[in-house]
Design a protein around this ligand. Structure first.
Ligand code: SF4
Length: 412
């Protein structure tokens, strides 16, 4: 269970994009946020976890197998605050640990890039979405395509060799032609990784209001399918390998951190509203900003950790995490059934699919005992494939195209 992955949430953005429902606040709004206080609270939380681990794992030091600083917009932070946070995280990793940061092209400075290098960040994920400035404006993004290019080139010149670019299809007024142009522009830059998602209208966003009032002109089903097909074909043509439904990369450039999520790995989430998943237990930190940065709340959590540690239950045991998680928010203990479902619908998102042996090792039952008729049916319809050379079952090309429908059949 140790090492585990670490997610760090930075809840600030320059301004909210019109489609976004992530937990983030615009720093240009009326409320003034004391970012230093937030970073201090994060560092404090990290130290609490370090203490919890050392106490309960017989002094074994806490190590992270991957780190992801996301948000929000981590590059909204002044470079010196990012350094302060990164210097703490650095104590728990080695130089070859995958250390990711999400960056918004409109916010990266030379100072940020210097800090990335100092704190051992080695993978940068740039949220571009589109190479068309009108589409960017329509999404409420703060940057132009040229600003993105500037950030990308600076990262390359500074030696960053692992860059992801996020792209979006089905943007209002986007045509297949303009999407194709975005793909071409991005492929010419040869990033190591591309995440390509289509727009989702999320509840509570300005886009939802526009959609409800019939004012959001987004792609119809046919155009959506054309863009989807174009993504697959062009990325393949340029040598990208699809390893997850929406993620493509050059050889050996898969995102280790995300693969850990998709394969049921343990992770700690620190920061406002961050989710953790450890030994079958899921829990979150508070979504209340004032509570999160309140020192009394943090001391209370420390006392709670001490209480749990005094019971001498080891952190490698799910009972330990149950006791910790009960003191956090949105605590859920996944049942065996929940864990089997997650194993299937997260695992089948990966193009290599799921291993039957691993299913048995985790759950003590064979995959066919639990999902026999469902799997048989999809195999017969060529939506799933059983690898003749291994024990893996994965979605066929046609299966990936209708993955939502297939994956929903794995709910028990
Ligand atoms: S920059 Fe990212 S997190 Fe911030 S509002 Fe836009 S989409 Fe949301």
């Amino acid at each position: 269970m140790n090492p585990i992955s670490l997610y760090v949430h930075i809840p600030f953005c320059v301004k909210k994009c019109l489609y976004c429902d992530f937990l983030s606040f615009p720093i240009g709004g009326r409320t003034v946020y004391n970012m230093e206080k937030y970073i201090d609270a994060l560092i404090n939380e990290l130290r609490l976890w370090e203490y919890a681990f050392q106490e309960s794992m017989a002094g074994e030091p806490l190590r992270f197998k991957s780190v992801f600083i996301g948000g929000g917009t981590p590059t909204c932070l002044p470079a010196e605050l990012l350094f302060k946070l990164g210097a703490e995280i650095k104590k728990f990793i080695s130089a070859d640990t995958e250390f990711n940061i999400e960056a918004n092209p409109g916010t990266i400075t030379d100072e940020h890039i210097e800090v990335f290098k100092k704190i051992l960040i080695n993978r940068v994920s740039l949220g571009l979405q589109s190479a068309n400035d009108n589409e960017l404006k329509c999404l409420g993004r703060i940057h132009s395509f040229n600003e993105f290019l500037n950030s990308f080139n600076k990262l390359r010149q500074s030696g960053f060799e692992n860059i992801n670019i996020d792209l979006m299809s089905d943007i209002p007024k986007q045509t297949v032609k303009s999407y194709e142009n975005t793909l071409k522009e991005v492929l010419n830059l040869s990033p190591e990784h591309i995440s390509a998602y289509s727009l989702i209208i999320e509840p509570g966003t300005p886009f939802e209001k526009l959609w409800d009032s019939g004012k959001l002109d987004i792609a119809d089903e046919e155009t959506d399918r054309k863009m989807y097909k174009l993504t697959k074909e062009m990325l393949k043509e340029y040598g990208y390998y699809r390893y997850e439904i929406s993620n493509y990369c050059k050889p050996r450039r898969e995102c280790i951190h995300n693969i850990s999520y998709w394969t049921g790995g343990n992770y700690l989430g620190i920061g406002l509203g961050a989710a953790s998943y450890v030994e079958g237990i899921r829990f979150c930190t508070t979504r209340d900003y004032n509570r999160y940065i309140n020192e009394n709340e943090q001391s209370l959590f420390l006392r709670q950790i001490c209480d749990v540690n005094s019971t001498k239950v080891c952190a490698a045991n799910s009972t330990y995490w149950k006791k910790i998680a009960e003191r956090r928010e949105e605590y859920t203990e996944l049942t065996l059934q929940n864990r089997m479902e997650e194993f299937m619908f997260l695992g089948l998102r990966l193009c290599k699919g799921v291993s039957q042996k691993e299913f048995y090792n985790r759950f003590g039952k064979t995959l066919l005992e639990i999902y026999g008729s469902t799997i048989e049916n999809f195999l017969q319809n060529n939506l799933l494939i059983e690898d003749a050379n291994s024990d893996r079952i994965y979605l066929s090309d046609r299966g990936i195209d209708i993955s939502n429908y297939i994956l929903s059949d794995f709910i028990l």
